[in-house]
Design a protein around this ligand. Structure first.
Ligand SMILES: CC(C)(COP(=O)(O)OP(=O)(O)OC[C@H]1O[C@@H](n2cnc3c(N)ncnc32)[C@H](O)[C@@H]1OP(=O)(O)O)[C@@H](O)C(=O)NCCC(=O)NCCS
Length: 196
């Protein structure tokens, strides 16, 4: 299904808790020209599709932040954002989405987008823990990826409320995942990530 980035941006804006700015953009080779020199170097050896998603992601982040500065790749591969800003980025085959915040009370953000292709039962088994079998695997996967991004870029204590409050606002998720299930998946992800 083709998703309109404008419609997606409206949905994201409705989902975002206060103080968080979100956006969506089609991935297009046209954005390559906007890459800053240092950014271009980061994907110089990448395949075209990777260069395009990277360029559209940087374009979207710059738009949301109102900056013209380069956004380099940090040591965990998360975008290196200006001081005082937290944010997160994700792409699927056609779209990039991002969330940023200047609010000092927002300590970390995680965002994810996944295709809705049918998951095989083998994939669902990998994604879901035994105690998560009643949860939709697509939503759980998206939640776990977003939780991972927030966890890897910020203090873990900060992430749960941010992600869960965003997810709970989504009507499709609300009818599929209960608040308790969302909390459980995020808590499991945090605990699993903390295992040595
Ligand atoms: C890092 C990871 C989350 C990226 O997910 P992905 O599906 O490959 O890619 P996405 O499009 O969703 O996100 C990519 C963006 O995430 C950001 N990113 C990459 N690594 C990151 C990290 N460690 N922390 C935060 N953000 C990160 C980058 O902005 C990247 O885009 P860019 O390179 O163009 O700047 C994924 O590769 C990963 O390592 N997952 C393991 C975590 C886990 O246990 N998940 C649960 C599985 S059941």
């Amino acid at each position: 299904m083709r998703v309109d980035p404008v419609e997606l941006a409206v949905v994201l804006a409705a989902l975002a808790p206060p103080g968080i700015v979100t956006g969506a953009r089609l991935i297009t080779p046209d954005d390559l020209g906007g890459l800053r020199v240092e950014e271009r170097a980061a994907v110089a050896n990448a395949v075209p599709g990777r260069r395009h998603e990277f360029a559209s992601g940087r374009t979207l982040l710059r738009e949301l932040l109102g900056t013209s500065e380069a956004i380099l790749v940090g040591p965990t591969r998360a975008p290196r954002l200006p001081a005082g800003v937290v944010g997160s980025l994700a792409h699927d085959r056609a779209l990039v989405v991002a969330a940023v915040s200047h609010d000092p009370t927002v300590r970390a953000l995680g965002i994810d987008i996944e295709p809705t292709d049918l998951l095989t039962s083998d994939m669902a088994r990998v994604i879901l823990r035994d105690d998560e079998r009643d949860v939709d695997a697509h939503l759980a996967f998206t939640l776990k990826e977003a939780a991972y991004k927030a966890w890897s870029t910020g203090p873990e204590a900060a992430m749960t409320a941010v992600i869960a409050s965003g997810v709970r606002a989504l009507p499709a998720c609300r009818s599929t995942l209960s608040a308790a299930q969302i909390d459980a998946v995020v808590a499991h992800t945090r605990n699993d990530l903390q295992q040595p």
